[in-house]
Design a protein around this ligand. Structure first.
Ligand code: KIV
Ligand code: ZN
Length: 408
């Protein structure tokens, strides 16, 4: 049996995710989503950035009161006002976490913070010390870590650990790194800073080059034990590492990624759907794991394979992520097997001869129409009386039921 190590899943849908354009949520929506995140089984829910607005403050406080199983994190910069405000919001949680951050790259120091390296080092030490005087659970993030000078980054991380940080987060803030490079960086932090101490290395990857999930998973091999991610991968610009992709990669490829986490995979799709409904937009159809087409098969060869044994073309079952069933989409690439199966589901057992004739009509229609609905299939059937049915439901009644189902 493979030895599996437990890692933490830190969800930042309500903070980094909510920061992205068009993704803002009101208080009730955040609470509903936080409850679902807890049902999903994430370890940490980052509920917001309390100093940013009164709305964020209220949301963090409400989530802290509501979610008693997960840790609830509040984000704050390294100023005293930020930290105290964050604590005021999250202090009532059963497991409160203060997450303080400051940028460490020269470009951020020079152009954004207008601070020297020595000043940022001091800010880190003071902030973590203050946060640690309020709670044991302090996470420190070095914003833009992947574009920071590595010696300086390690110096700042070391100061954070000395001041009491229990989690060191290595963010790829601008989605710039690559898996190989990130492995080296995380390994360096593990060897030079953590050096056997009880400090968790976390990673927080943005998706500007489409590498957020790959980078996060790669970091596990280098010693990271917490992944920060968001549902549907929402987040600043191109988003954050998508939670559903990280989790299912761990499940499907446990041979290569021997890490366990507390997420209940069957809650993935319901969580994704809830988020999409809440923010008013969903994921692209071909989005891994939760997209409309993630378990849909249209090509005839694929449909035949999946109907014979789903493992032919599916590496995980739709049910395992909470999707009701795989979706055989009928279109011009579909074959006879899929067509016959759909008719059977609709209650019609076609003879080989009937299937041949119906399939011929089907391909003609499919050339003209992008999607073929059940109503279309019924209209393609040979005339009533000349075919067998095992459903005992008259075709017009069935048609009515189907029409009802679609309009509902
Ligand atoms: O992307 C980033 O650097 C962040 C930090 C606040 C962790 O979101
Ligand atoms: Zn971020």
């Amino acid at each position: 049996m493979t030895h599996t190590e437990r890692i933490k899943i830190f969800d930042t849908t309500l903070r980094d995710g909510e920061q992205s354009p068009g993704c803002s949520m009101n208080l009730e929506e955040k609470i509903r989503l936080a409850r679902q995140l807890q049902r999903l089984g994430v370890d940490v829910i980052e509920a917001g950035f309390p100093i940013a607005s009164d709305g964020d403050f209220a949301a963090v406080r409400a989530v802290a009161a509501e979610c008693r199983e997960a840790s609830v994190a509040a984000l704050c910069r390294t100023t005293e006002a930020d930290i105290l405000r964050a604590w005021e919001a999250v202090g009532g949680a059963a497991r409160p976490r203060l997450h303080t951050f400051v940028a460490t790259s020269d470009i951020h120091l020079e152009h954004k913070l207008k601070k020297t390296r020595a000043e940022v080092l001091r800010m880190t030490r003071d902030a973590v010390r203050l946060a640690r005087s309020l709670t044991d659970d302090v996470e420190f993030s070095a914003e833009d870590a992947t574009r920071s000078d590595v010696d300086y980054l390690c110096e700042v991380f070391a100061a954070a650990v000395e001041a009491g940080a229990r989690t060191l987060n290595v963010p790829d803030t601008v989605g710039y790194t690559t898996p190989g490079e990130f492995i080296e960086l995380v390994k360096t932090v593990r060897e030079r800073v953590v050096a056997g101490r009880d400090v968790t290395i976390s990673v927080h990857c943005h998706n500007d080059l489409g590498l957020a999930v790959a980078n996060s998973l790669a970091a596990l091999g280098a010693g990271a034990r917490q992944i920060e991610c968001t549902v549907n991968g929402i987040g600043e610009r191109a988003g954050n590492a998508a939670l559903e992709e990280v989790i299912m990669a761990l499940h499907v490829r446990s041979d290569r990624l021997p890490f366990a986490c507390g997420v209940r995979t069957e809650e993935i799709y319901p969580t994704s759907q809830l988020l999409s409904e809440t923010i008013g937009f969903g994921v692209q159809p071909n989005k891994a794991v939760v997209g409309r087409n993630a378990f849909a098969h249209e090509a005839g060869i694929h449909q035949h394979g999946v109907l014979s044994n789903p493992l032919c073309y599916e590496i995980m079952t739709p049910e395992s992520v909470g999707v009701p069933a795989n979706r055989i989409v009928l279109g011009k690439h579909s074959g006879r097997h899929a067509l016959s199966r759909r008719y059977e589901e609709l209650g019609f057992a076609l003879s080989a001869e009937e299937l041949g004739a119906t399939y011929h009509r089907f391909t003609k229609l499919a050339d003209r129409k992008k999607l073929i609905y059940d109503q279309d299939l019924l209209s393609l059937l040979p005339a009533a009386g000349s075919r067998e049915t095992d459903s005992h439901v008259p075709a017009d009644e069935l048609m009515f039921e189907i029409a009802e189902a679609y309009s509902g």
